[in-house]
Design a protein around this ligand. Sequence first.
Ligand SMILES: Cc1ncc(COP(=O)(O)O)c(C=O)c1O
Length: 480
Amino acid sequence: MDAEEFRRRGKEMIDYVADYLENIRERRVFPEVEPGYLRKLIPGEAPEEGESFENIFKDIERVIMPGVTHWHSPHFHAYFPTANSYPAIVADILSDAIGCIGFTWASSPACTELEVVVLDWLGKMLDLPESFLACSGGTGGGVIQGTASEATLVALLSARAREIFRYKQTNGHVDDGVIMSKFVAYCSDQAHSSVERAGLIASIRMRKLPTDADCSLRGQTLRDAINKDRAQGLIPIFVCATLGTTPSCAFDNVKELGTLCQGESIWMHIDAAYAGSAFICPEFRPLLDGVELAESFNFNPHKWLKVNFDCSTMWVKDSNLLTEAFNVDPLYLKHDNQGAMPDYRHWHIPLGRRFRSLKLWFVLRTYGQKELQNYIRKDVTLAHQFEGMVVADDRFEIVGKVVMGLVCFRLKNASNATNERLLKAINADGRIHMVPSEVRGVYFLRFAVCASRTTESDVSFAWDVIRELTESVLKDSDKK
Ligand SMILES: Cc1ncc(COP(=O)(O)O)c(C=O)c1O
């Protein structure tokens, strides 16, 4: 493909993408294919000779689209949203063209410098304390990780390195493995599975602590766990608090947890993967109070802030704690300006990194703070519209509180099995797509407002589908 053909094909692809997204509502949201469907549609070997672009292009509809779950369909209400916007797609084209691997400042200065500045912009939009911002001139700053899972792991590994260092300072040399066997970390029983995985990867025992009636981890519960562990000679090093849990969008009490962590010199990391975007709205910002007590904070603009995957923004108060944990410095990666700007390779696990700040920059500039705030508010309003419809139907009940764009609900006075049948009927029907969750043995359905194109009539449509399928599920249950 030469430049001339690229211009032509690129434009065709842009047209295809715009048509796909603008007409996505017409497609069945959840595919009907069976596992292994795709192997039957393409040859078992790569072609010996190159093929025409026409042929490749035709196969998008023949091979790919039948197996796509359309996350950006207004009928998609599963998981949490993943963001998508034209400015972010356009920025990614530029990022792909520049194609730098920005591991050090010198490997592509603009890649590092834009990231430093836009993370300050975004940090200010969230009203993060100065100590997290690079512009404060201190040790704080932000970095784009690939995912929230990586951010949690980086925070835990950094806490582990800090504590190994501290332990050796007090006790002289002891093998790292011996020291680590004393370490203990905590999260709530509602934390995302990636937190437990971070513990597995870092070889640190991760205790899942019980939450209160609102699914919130409270200070006293953590206090009791710390006391118990210290009494057994263990060393608490890390707490992962969640703001906006995956099962039901609940909020840990970060003020209580953070106060305790400060007193005990424990690293508190905040995982706000989904809910973090909403903190750009002053009315949601109080939910982030207590962040000043955290060592690190993370959320995913790639979930709810119009920046396509992957863009998971993490801020730390003391970036030295990251760079000291991950600093391996071979000669070929050294450069003359070391120390003047961050070398982001020391802030995360991979060496290579894409120019991801471009899409964040394009999005923040295209929409501005006001439009992004209104976008969040629109989704929360739609969630409350759905909540109103559930409440008005006395066969159903709301589970937990609707705070943001997620509504958890179930058939009242019905078994878990009946609720599960309803969820399965909804997904088999295929007009809308949802996933379930379970808290303390209670199975429920999750309705998340996901796609940016979702409107009031899409929410009413979803409710009509749910009601219609409820009738048949309840009729079937009566017969049994
Ligand atoms: C609270 C929470 N933390 C972490 C994650 C994992 O996010 P990621 O895919 O960016 O690792 C999710 C995913 O939905 C989440 O809801």
